[in-house]
Structure formats: C-alpha cells, structure tokens
Design a protein around this ligand. Structure first.
Ligand SMILES: Cc1cc2nc3c(=O)[nH]c(=O)nc-3n(C[C@H](O)[C@H](O)[C@H](O)COP(=O)(O)OP(=O)(O)OC[C@H]3O[C@@H](n4cnc5c(N)ncnc54)[C@H](O)[C@@H]3O)c2cc1C
Length: 397
C-alpha cells in the first residue's frame, strides 16, 4: 500500500474481510474487537502484530468510518480513557516487546481497564516531588505509599505508576515507571466522593506491593521522561478530540437557547455567540492538532487545547445555569454512584456546572498548563527552580 488512495483501497478490503468473517449483528462485542485488533485495524499506526499496520495515524478515521457505517461495535474510548489515551502510547514508546504483547490487546478491546497512579497528597502539580517508594528486592520491587484522585481505580485491572527508587538524587532523577497489577495484595482502593455526588476517583494505598521488574517501563531512574510523555498524551486525550460541530457543552447551551426564546436578551445573545465562536475555534484547532499528531508526536500544543476546553466548559455550563434560572439549580441525582464515564450531555445543567469545575484541575491545572505554554511554546523564561540540584531526601516537606 503506497499512495493514499492505494492505502485506502487496501484498508477497505481489510475491513470488508473482517466484516465477512465477523458479522457485527451476530458477533459479541469482545470477539469482534479482538478480531479487529488481529486484523491490524485497531490503531492502524501501531506496528503489525500490535493492533496496527504501521500506516499513518490519519488513516484511522477512514477505518473508523467504514466500520461505524457497517454498524460494527466500537471500543468506546471513554470507558478506558487512561488505557487508550495514556498507557497505550507510553507502552508503545517505552515498553518492552513482551509488555506490548501482553497488555495492548485487552487494553484496546476494553477487557482490561487502566488507571493512573501518579498524583499524591503533596505531589500533584509538582508530580516530581512524589514520595511513594519502590525498593528493589530480588526480581521484584516492593512499593509503599499513597496515591490520590485515581480515576477508575475501582474498575481497573492495571495501573501506570510512578514511584521513587532513589531518594538521594534530585527529585526528577530518582523516579521509575511501572505497571502495577491492581488485583495484587497490598493495593487498597477507597472511594472519594466529589461535589457532584459521584465517586469517579479514589485514594489508593500501596502496602508492600510486589511488582516484578519485568513490569518496569523504561530504565530505572528514567521515570520522569516516561511520565512526561504520558502527560503530553493525557492533555491531548482530554483536549484534542475531533468532536462534531455543536457537540458537547456548546450544543447543550445552544439547544437551551433555542428552546427558551423568552429568556433572550442582547447581552446573553452576545455572550452565547462569543462562546459559540470560541468553541468552534477550539474544535477546529483540535482537528488541526490531530492532523499534526498524525505526522509526529504530541507536543506541548496539546496543553493549549486542554486549557481552552476547560475554560469553555466552565463558561458554557455557567451560562446554561443563568439561562435556566431556578430550574437549572434543581439537582438531578445525589446518589453516590461509581460511573464508568463522565456524561456531560446525559445529565442535568447543575451536574454539568459542578463537574466542569474539575476540568481545570484534572490532567494538570490551568495554571500549570499556562506555564507549559509560556515556557515551551512561547519560549518565555522558565520559573525559577531552586530544588533542581538538591537530593529529594533533603528537600523541605
Ligand atoms: C476529576 C479529576 C480526576 C483526576 N484523575 C487523576 C488520575 O486518574 N490519576 C492521577 O494521578 N491524578 C488525577 N487527578 C489529579 C490531578 O492531576 C491533580 O489534582 C492536579 O495535578 C493538581 O494537583 P493538586 O490537586 O495536588 O493541586 P496543587 O498542585 O496543590 O495545586 C494547588 C493550586 O496551586 C496552583 N499551582 C501549583 N503550582 C503552581 C505553579 N508552579 N505556578 C502556578 N500555580 C501553581 C495550582 O494550579 C492549583 O490551582 C485528577 C483530578 C481531578 C480533579
């Protein structure tokens, strides 16, 4: 498959062969997804044997469209967002072949959900300050510490984990990256209830958890570099989607506006139009970013997308509440649930308003993202870093 059109013809033939062997109407979802992975049609830019065909990532849309048109089941990326958006690209870039073969297929099909054991009390924005310790013991590492805000930990089979393996060197240098089995003895998951009433995330306590060295990702002490790559992918995953026009929050608010002509004032109209235009600019920038990603690696530009997504979600959900007045304040459901996905459009305006507050915190706060854009995109002078050359164990805590 050389030129674009030839490639598309080849891909169409592969999709047709898959559909002929696995009728989407009668094949169970996991079986269909496993067959799709084996055919190299999961993520076409991954290598052959790992769900892909080594093609440009831009060809994925073509495959997705063909399969969607045929009514084939998809792997709903929202149910395993951390696995698909963060663990998979990290394993592809830094994992051993054995790790890639073990983890990527059930990750892609959603049969194994992943979570991210990064944040700790006292190490969120300053992730490199984290204190969870991993100490070598024969062929294993013994891990002790506490993580927090761990989305989906209660559903996850695997976690990407960053732990401190050398406290005697500066904070960025002594970290190592692992895959942690969430079903191992010593892993305790406790729900954290959010202001929406839901408990999407958790505290995770790690007590003498034994992780085989074969589950180390990247070299010992190189965890910061691996984690940085994961975080770049995270911001793109959160902020860089290719949503259709008027999907998400912009669509919800536009619908409310159309349904309530009695609420209209010139001021509200001006605000709505300006937010709608911004949403459209963000959407099209996301498209451009995706095209950039198709020809290279995610860069700090993803941070700008995540920033604008968070700001827009908060402003649009605020405007929606204003439009709905008292009705908007009626909260739909306060039961503690452990949702699989964040359903912005499936819930009421009050839910959207409260949940959107987390958008400027999750995946890196807006303040930190502004620092990244300033330093790595605009080339402005970096923040002073007084702890750069001090051993982590000697830092004041
Ligand atoms: C819904 C949700 C889901 C999450 N899921 C996960 C998950 O699955 N796994 C995981 O590991 N983590 C997760 N997190 C955690 C998230 O990544 C952290 O909350 C975030 O990194 C901020 O860290 P912190 O809460 O410790 O705040 P802090 O770092 O203590 O920051 C407090 C305030 O100070 C500001 N600040 C700090 N340093 C600077 C600076 N240098 N310059 C300017 N301002 C600064 C921050 O922007 C913020 O406003 C989740 C968070 C949320 C809200």
């Amino acid at each position: 498959m050389s030129g674009g059109t030839d490639r598309h013809e080849g891909l169409r033939a592969r999709v047709e062969a898959l559909l002929a062997g696995y009728d989407p109407r009668s094949t169970e979802r996991p079986a269909f997804l496993r067959a799709r992975f084996a055919a190299g049609l999961a993520w076409v830019h991954f290598p052959e044997g790992l769900g892909g065909l080594g093609l440009p990532a831009s060809d994925q849309t073509y495959v997705d469209q063909l399969l969607a048109t045929a009514g084939a089941p998809d792997n709903d990326p929202r149910r395993n967002g951390i696995g698909l958006g963060m663990a998979a690209p990290t394993l592809l870039a830094f994992g051993t072949e054995e790790q890639q073969r073990r983890f990527l297929e059930p990750l892609w099909t959603g049969e194994e959900v992943w979570c991210q054991l990064f944040s700790e009390p006292g190490a969120g924005s300053d992730l490199a300050a984290l204190g969870t310790r991993a100490v070598r013991s024969g062929e294993d590492w013994v891990v002790n510490g506490q993580k927090v805000w761990t989305s989906s930990a209660h559903r996850a089979r695997w976690a990407i984990l960053v732990a401190r393996t050398d406290p005697a060197v500066p904070k960025h240098a002594g970290l190592t990256y692992f895959v942690c089995d969430m079903s191992d003895p010593g892993v305790e998951v406790r729900p954290l209830r959010q202001m929406t009433g839901e408990a999407e995330f958790n505290e995770v306590f790690l007590t003498d958890v034994r992780i085989p060295d074969a589950q180390r990702v990247g070299a010992e002490g190189d965890g910061w570099r691996v984690a940085t790559a994961t975080l770049m992918s995270e911001r793109v995953a959160i902020g860089g989607g290719a949503a259709p026009r008027e999907s998400g929050m912009a669509g919800v608010v536009a619908t409310t506006w159309r349904e309530h002509p009695e609420l209209r004032t010139p001021q509200l109209h001006a605000r709505l139009v300006s937010l709608w235009v911004e949403a459209e600019v963000a959407r099209l920038t996301g498209r451009r970013l995706q095209q950039k990603l198709a020809v290279g690696a995610p860069g700090p530009e993803g941070s700008a997308m995540k920033l604008s997504f968070a700001r827009l979600a908060q402003q649009l959900s605020g405007l929606e509440l204003e439009l709905l007045g008292e009705d908007g304040l009626r909260y739909d459901d306060w039961t503690m649930v452990r949702p699989e996905t964040v359903e912005f459009t499936g819930r009421g305006a009050g839910y959207r308003y409260l949940r959107a507050k987390g958008n400027s915190i999750e995946g890196g706060t807006s303040e930190i993202l502004r620092n990244i854009v300033a330093e790595r995109v605009l080339g402005l002078p970096p923040e002073p870093r007084v702890d750069k050359d001090i051993a982590w164990k000697d830092l004041p805590r």
